[in-house]
Design a protein around this ligand. Structure first.
Ligand code: AKG
Length: 304
């Protein structure tokens, strides 16, 4: 896609799907890492007599779902606590490579400018069959950033353009719980909504009557880019397999000259928040020097 087309589609709809922009084998390191984590999890559960089989011969999509079916649970979190440096040593280099994907960076450069950083913990999602905990009602991401803990409203991140990059690790369909979006909703401003007792944001408006809910089926290798104000939802996975994905968030670095004071303060807030959670933001686009993997790893070690 050419620069003009990227800009006009994204600005018009509040999202953009880059089709086939990651070579699928380039996602193997992440899928293999997750397969190892599932294997470790299976062996642990088997040792504790929680499951009767290791389900070793099942596919990446099916194995965790089968284990969880037997255990009658609907969520396993393969993210890790920021203090867990051992996991970061294994997973960080893979993440670092994904963050440097040339086509993702080209699009981020067009949409966010010449100084860009990730702002924190990426989300690895194993969205299991029938799992209500991993289905998210309609929301704008800024509602989560503004209320990081239930009842604690912090900075106005809606002033800043924060861009979520959402990468499916399997083909996603309406059946297995692809994302849905309301095109053009990024122009509605920040709507009313807050975290409920389960920590999930719920919006006050019936947004479905205000726009056109649109499913976003995607293939392995496609990448979704969306703004922090674009209204979206993640519906139930009705298949018998996990819907794997990873998402991470980016914005102009607080030092970017193009930012207004309000935007700068939101960018600084997000980076400080990430650091206070033990996660060093990573600069991915700059005219200066980009940190190497070792530099990023060492900066993270200092935080914990
Ligand atoms: O991947 C999902 O299921 C939910 C993602 C989402 O809603 C988000 O990243 O804001």
């Amino acid at each position: 896609m050419k620069k003009e087309e990227i800009l006009s589609k994204y600005q018009d709809k509040g999202y953009l799907i880059g089709r086939n922009i990651i070579h699928p084998p380039d996602l193997n390191p992440l899928r293999n890492y997750l397969s190892q984590r599932i294997d470790e999890y299976a062996r642990e559960q088997f040792k504790w007599d929680k499951i009767k089989s290791l389900y070793e011969n099942l596919s990446f999509e099916r194995r965790l779902a089968a284990i969880c079916e037997e255990r009658a649970i609907s969520k396993v979190d393969f993210n890790f606590f920021p203090s867990s440096i051992d996991y970061f040593a294994r997973y960080g280099p893979i993440l670092y490579e994904l963050y440097q994907n040339p086509e993702i960076l080209r699009i981020l450069g067009i949409l966010l400018g010449s100084e860009v950083n990730n702002h924190g913990l990426p989300q690895l999602r194993s969205k299991l069959p029938g799992s209500i905990e991993t289905s998210f009602p309609w929301h704008q991401d800024s509602l989560y950033y503004n209320e990081p803990v239930r009842g604690t409203w912090e900075k106005g991140t809606e002033k800043l353009h924060i861009l979520t990059v959402w990468v499916p690790l399997v083909d996603v369909t309406i059946g297995n719980g692809c994302l849905w979006i309301i095109p053009g909703s990024h122009r509605w401003g920040l709507l009313k909504g807050a975290r409920s007792d389960d920590n999930v944001v719920r919006m006050e408006d019936n947004v479905e009557t205000r726009g056109t809910p649109t499913p976003l089926p995607m293939k392995l290798g496609d990448v979704l880019f969306l703004t922090n104000l674009t209204v979206h939802t993640s519906k139930l996975n009705k298949s018998n397999k996990s819907r794997w994905s990873i998402d991470f968030r980016n914005h102009a670095t607080p030092e970017s000259r193009s930012l207004s004071d309000l935007e700068r303060s939101a960018a600084k807030y997000l980076n400080d928040k990430a650091r206070s959670n033990g996660w060093e933001p990573l600069t991915v686009i700059t005219d200066g020097c980009k940190p190497s993997w070792e530099e990023w790893f060492n900066a993270k070690k200092k935080l914990i």
